[in-house]
Design a protein around this ligand. Structure first.
Ligand code: NAP
Length: 261
């Protein structure tokens, strides 16, 4: 049974319509939070919102925005505030994970990945900051990755963006340590979501391997030899969001089956 520690909180989750973001939204709804789900595509966001209303009686608002666009983020945060009051919890989850040999990465592809995975953290955090600092237990949790603390081949922009996400987490935790705001990152290993489905398809196309063989290429990074479930990542995020987690800040929590010790 969830603790209901978040029953007075308004949480904004980017990329909340699918995968890990939708699982985080479920975990926060189970703890009683009001939610704003942000993404570019209305269908999955509304589907997740409806499931949360039905399953948890949650109060859920949907905001359409490209998180790499500051103006769109400011508009989404203003609409979220108007609907549910100040944003006390920010979950920076939206992300993309393209892969290519470094030599063939275009400047445009580089910029797009940094835009969604890193610039967006700057936009969302600055836009919500006055609310987060005024909240009795403000929380920022960024869904980074094991790629934020180690390198993987063929995904340099992603690795660089996720290292940046962890750097920003540490900088903000230091800067706001004297306030009630905590800032942490959760780092999943390869997880069972659309991002991994796409990666498996790419490996199949590039190598001619079967889907199982391609999936094994990814699960071999995890000492437990499996994909992480989105709900496992969401558990860690919900724990960090609770008021009782106030002493945990500036941390990078691995949810990766022991891949990074
Ligand atoms: P996912 O299901 O593809 O979710 C990504 C979400 O981000 C989607 O809901 C997508 O919605 C949203 N998004 C993408 N670009 C956006 C943009 N420009 N503006 C607003 N929203 C945007 O994949 P996931 O695995 O759950 O990914 C969630 C996070 O986990 C990402 O940050 C990813 O890097 C991280 N992660 C995943 C894994 C893994 O193996 N799956 C491992 C480590 C870390 P729209 O397309 O509708 O905008």
């Amino acid at each position: 049974m969830a603790s209901r520690q978040l029953k007075d909180a308004h949480a904004l989750v980017t990329g909340g319509g699918s995968g890990i973001g939708a699982a985080i939204a479920r975990a926060l709804a189970a703890e009683g939070a009001r939610l704003t789900l942000v993404g570019r595509t209305r269908g999955p966001l509304e589907e997740t919102a409806n499931a949360l209303r039905t399953g948890y009686g949650a109060d859920v608002h949907v905001a359409i925005a490209d998180v790499s666009d500051r103006e769109a983020v400011d508009t989404a945060c203003a609409a979220a505030r108007a609907q549910h009051g100040p944003i006390g919890i920010l979950i920076n989850n939206a992300g993309i994970a393209p892969s290519a040999p470094f030599a063939s990465v275009t400047a445009e592809a580089w910029r797009k990945t940094i835009g969604v995975n890193l610039d967006a953290l700057f936009h969302c955090t600055q836009s919500a900051l006055p609310d987060l600092l005024a909240a009795p237990a403000g929380r920022i949790v960024t869904v980074a990755s094991t790629a934020g603390v180690k390198g993987y081949a063929y995904t340099a922009p992603y690795v660089a963006s996720k290292h940046g996400a962890i750097g920003l987490t540490r900088a903000l935790a230091a800067e706001y340590a004297r306030t009630a705001l905590t800032v942490n990152a959760v780092c999943p290993g390869f997880s069972d979501t659309g991002i991994v489905d796409t990666a498996v398809a790419r490996i199949q196309t590039a190598t001619g391997r079967s889907a199982d063989q391609a999936k094994a290429e990814l699960t071999r990074f995890n000492p437990q030899r499996r994909l992480i479930e989105p709900a496992e990542v969401a558990e860690a995020v919900a724990w960090l969001c609770r008021p009782s987690s106030r002493s945990i800040t500036g941390q990078t929590i691995m949810v990766a089956g022991g891949e990074v010790m």
